[in-house]
Structure formats: C-alpha cells, structure tokens
Design a binder for this molecule. Structure first.
Ligand SMILES: C[S@@+](CC[C@H](N)C(=O)[O-])C[C@H]1O[C@@H](n2cnc3c(N)ncnc32)[C@H](O)[C@@H]1O
Length: 243
C-alpha cells in the first residue's frame, strides 16, 4: 500500500517502528466514515489472503476457501457438473473452472460444466455460465434447474445476506439460505454428489445437520485456514448423496 501522512481524510500510511519495520497499514478515520468501515478497510489492507488474491489474479479472497476445501475433499474433479449459488464476484468459479476441466484444456479428460447464480451481475469468465437471480424468490429453483438442464455433481453455496449487525438475525438468515441451497441440492444432485455450504456457527444449524446426515454418506464441518478466525463462519461439506 502506498501513501504517507496522517491528514484527516482516510489516507493510508505504513507505520515504522524503531529499528524494526512495521508494515501494518493504519487507516485514519475519515469524517463521514463509520468506525466499523474504517476497521473493515484496515483489516482488508492487512489481510494476507486479500493481498495474495490480488497478486494471483483472483476476484476475491473467498477463492482460497474453496481451494482449501477442495484440496482436502476433492470434489471438483474433471467432468464435474457444478452449480455455485451466490457466486459473485466469481472467485470460486475461477478455482473450479480449471479443476473440472470446463474449458477442455486437459486432453483425454472429461469436460465439466459450471453454472453460477447471484443477485449481482458477474463479470464473464471463460468456461463459466452466470445467471443473475435471487435464489430466495419463488420458483428460483425451477429456473436454475432449467438452466442446468440435468443433474449436478456438486452444489456449492457461499450465499450470504449483507450483515444486519445483529448476530442472531444474521445467523438465521444464513441458515435460511443454506437450507434453500440444501433442498435444491436434494433435487438436482446425482447419486454420490457433493454439497458444500457456508454456515455460521450459532445454534440453529442443528436441524440442517440432521437432515444432511440422512441424505449423505458423510457430513463434515470445516473451517478452512483462509476463513477469518474472528468470524463464526464455517463450511459444511456433505459427500456421497444417497439419492
Ligand atoms: C461471500 S459472496 C460470494 C463470493 C463468491 N463465493 C466468490 O468466490 O466470489 C456472497 C454472495 O451471495 C450472494 N447472495 C446473497 N443472497 C443471495 C440470494 N438470495 N440469491 C443469490 N445470491 C445471493 C451475494 O450477492 C454475494 O455475491
């Protein structure tokens, strides 16, 4: 990060300690910017995954979460048909497209397909199809099923509603999104398929876990290293859909 000085107005500076260089980027609170926004900005600027995503060309730090989950559980295989719910800005898509061979670059290997859904428009990406849609709307599942045109091997969801600032409300909202994604997965997954979804630890996910355990051979709860330790976010990875 560049920039010096400490004028009021939100400039960013690198602070240096005596003898030892401290590269922590400090952000001054600008007039009109809430303290929480300043904290968010400071955390972003100092987050190694944000910096790594920038250097490696990923659209966001979220890319590392699916990378780490897939490195561990190997569900993004050549030829996989993948649906990604809440896919913007497209970091998970960038990771999945080469792994499932959606561009057919690995000769002799099966070619996968990638369909991403989000409330927001997503910048195009070779090998991926994106569709702008509110997944919580009535009949959204029917629309996605039509777009998919058949079964899927992986349904993954990183959907998150914008924070209300109230922990319990946010938890219930994310569980609702996760449940909608899970019911969609029950509908479209082929036998043996995988469901991956973000949840927030906090209590209400018990019912969902119970349901997933009935429908899948294995259900794991994981916090990938790139998931911020101060967030209650975790991922459920359910493998071996029983059909
Ligand atoms: C954390 S971001 C996803 C990041 C993404 N995995 C990536 O790697 O780029 C969460 C996304 O969920 C989307 N979302 C939240 N509610 C949604 C809904 N009801 N329908 C579709 N997308 C939704 C948001 O628009 C947001 O883009």
């Amino acid at each position: 990060m560049t920039g010096t000085g400490g004028k009021k107005g939100g400039r960013v500076r690198k602070s240096s300690g005596r003898g030892q260089r401290d590269l922590t980027v400090k952000v001054k609170t600008a007039r009109g910017r809430r303290n929480s926004s300043t904290r968010w900005l400071q955390r972003q600027l100092n987050d190694p995954y944000v910096q790594r995503a920038k250097a490696e060309g990923y659209r966001g730090r979220a890319a590392y979460k699916i990378m780490e989950l897939d490195d561990k559980f190997r569900f993004l295989v050549n030829g996989a048909r993948v649906v990604d719910l809440g896919c913007a800005p497209g970091g998970w898509a960038q990771v999945a497209v080469p792994r499932i061979n959606a561009l057919g670059e690995k000769s002799g290997k099966k070619i996968g397909t990638f369909l991403g859904i989000d409330l927001q428009e997503v910048e195009p990406l070779a090998g991926a199809t994106f569709h702008q849609l509110d997944f919580m709307e009535d009949d959204a599942d029917v629309v996605v099923k039509d777009l998919l045109g058949g079964k899927a091997d992986v349904v993954m969801s990183d959907m998150a509603a914008s924070s209300s600032g109230h922990k319990q409300t946010d938890h219930l909202r994310i569980i609702a999104l996760c449940e909608a994604a899970a019911y969609f997965a029950f509908d479209v997954l082929d036998e043996g398929g995988t469901f991956v979804a973000k949840v927030l630890a906090g209590g209400a996910e018990g019912e969902l876990q119970k349901l997933l355990k009935q429908k899948f051979e294995k259900v794991m709860n994981v916090k990938p290293p790139s998931s911020r330790s101060d967030s209650s976010e975790k991922f459920v990875v359910a493998m071996g859909f029983k059909g």
